[in-house]
Design a protein around this ligand. Structure first.
Ligand SMILES: Cc1ncc(COP(=O)(O)O)c(C=O)c1O
Length: 410
């Protein structure tokens, strides 16, 4: 009997039914609505079974698919020129599911030696513990990469577009060719660049992952992760998510979609400010070197020029002092956010030798290309003059901790 004929008698039943009816909308909303629903109702049991099995398109349960999340996935696929994309609760969840869709016990992953700390930990503490062999290689050295893959069968070559914290740039076209020559999938973490700055799939990568918490979201108010690639590979990644459940929340998908709409204008401004700040820093006494992909002095400027639309928002510079200078510089800043993240409207300055790389001694830091006074900057959307003003004050504050100007220039 239809609902309207057989009216419920109790108030609770009435209230639940009354408050669960979404209006039908024939006019497309301009912003993607937040489908804040765990479940989706079907006409009958047969439709529910068909949707759940994936035999017909549709929605049944938000761990499997949710319309707001689907909209984000479609947007990310579009930006990367991919057939498909999948979204996750965090960037680490995206990396985990991507790798789990590719490797089994006994397989081998070769990863960039400069990879993000939590990714290294995931590879060593999760995948290696499950019987996956993991080797780290300097992927700026193409001969070393080729030799590593030639030495033993490898399922995944894993790289990052811009290394943390040294801002080293990898050549995806060359590395994809090496991976494919040896039968490995080439997987790239493009978080530091964003699809506006670099599109690794167009350079030969098989899958690209990003922490959407950074430039895609762009405002330090949401966590998320995405992976894009061909439909077959993404279906396998999606299957891992259904079983492991690192589902992106619809509200988070909405915030990331909102961020994506302004990605280009934000990145243009981040990059313009970063370029000006990097150029200014290069001229300051007490600054030993500056690493920014948009500067002519960048060690792999040729790769950045070929593969990047612009230099991006990440730079690093090295104070001519020991480990004390970095934290003192950060403490003297007034307009930046004191956090370890990146890719936001706020400028964020971190000192890797006392944070992410604190366990390394000076010799090990040097081996990793990190001086004791290295600072990593995620350049925000503040006014350039204010940032220069702030950095000037901070440089003055740490001047007593820095080496002499002559030593600094050396
Ligand atoms: C390069 C890179 N990849 C992945 C991640 C992980 O992203 P999330 O914090 O969203 O899990 C981060 C986080 O800082 C990162 O810097």
């Amino acid at each position: 009997m239809p609902d309207d004929v057989r009216q419920p008698r109790g108030f609770s039943t009435r209230a639940i039914r009354a408050a669960s009816r979404a209006p039908r909308v024939d006019q497309q909303p301009t912003a993607v609505p937040i489908y804040q629903s765990a479940t989706f109702a079907t006409e009958d049991a047969a439709e529910l079974a068909a949707v759940t099995r994936g035999d017909v398109p549709g929605y049944s349960y938000s761990r499997l698919t949710n319309p707001t999340v689907t909209a984000l996935q479609d947007a990310v696929a579009d930006l990367h020129g991919a057939e498909a994309a999948f979204a996750f609760a965090t960037g680490m969840a995206a990396i985990h599911a991507t790798l789990l869709s590719l490797v089994r016990a006994g397989d081998r992953i070769v990863a960039t030696k400069n990879c993000y700390g939590s990714t290294r930990s995931l590879l060593v503490n999760v995948f290696a513990e499950l019987g996956v062999r993991v080797d780290f290689v300097d992927l700026t050295d193409h001969d070393a990469a080729d030799a590593a893959l030639a030495a033993e069968p490898t399922v995944v070559l894993y790289a990052e577009t811009i290394a943390n914290p040294t801002i080293v740039v990898l050549d995806h076209a060359a590395l994809a060719a090496i991976a494919h020559r040896h039968g490995a999938a080439y997987v790239v973490d493009n978080t530091f660049a964003s699809p506006y700055v670099c599109r690794p799939l167009e350079l030969g990568a098989d899958l690209v992952v990003e922490s959407a918490t950074k430039w895609l979201g762009g405002h330090s108010d949401v966590m998320g992760g995405v992976v894009a690639g061909d439909a077959r590979r993404i279906a396998l990644v999606g299957r891992v998510e259904v079983d492991t459940g690192a589902t992106l929340a619809p509200f988070s998908a909405f915030l990331i979609l909102r961020g994506i709409q302004t990605l280009a204008v934000r990145m243009d401004r981040h990059a313009a400010t970063a370029l000006a700040l990097a150029g200014w820093l290069e001229r300051q006494e007490g600054v030993r070197r500056v690493v920014y992909p948009g500067l002519p002095s960048h060690p792999r400027r040729d790769v950045a020029e070929r593969h990047f639309r612009l230099g991006g928002g990440m730079l690093a510079f090295e104070l001519a002092g020991g480990r004390d200078a970095g934290p003192a510089f950060i403490d003297a800043l007034r307009y930046t956010e004191l956090t370890a993240s990146l890719g936001s409207v706020h400028t964020m300055v971190v000192h890797p030798p006392t944070t992410s790389h604190r366990m390394l001694d000076d010799a090990e830091l040097a081996e990793a290309g990190i001086g004791p006074g290295l600072l990593r900057v995620s350049v925000g959307l503040e006014d350039l003059e204010d940032l220069i003003d702030d950095f000037t004050t901070a440089l003055e504050a740490v001047r007593p901790l820095l080496a002499t100007p002559a030593a600094a220039r050396g």
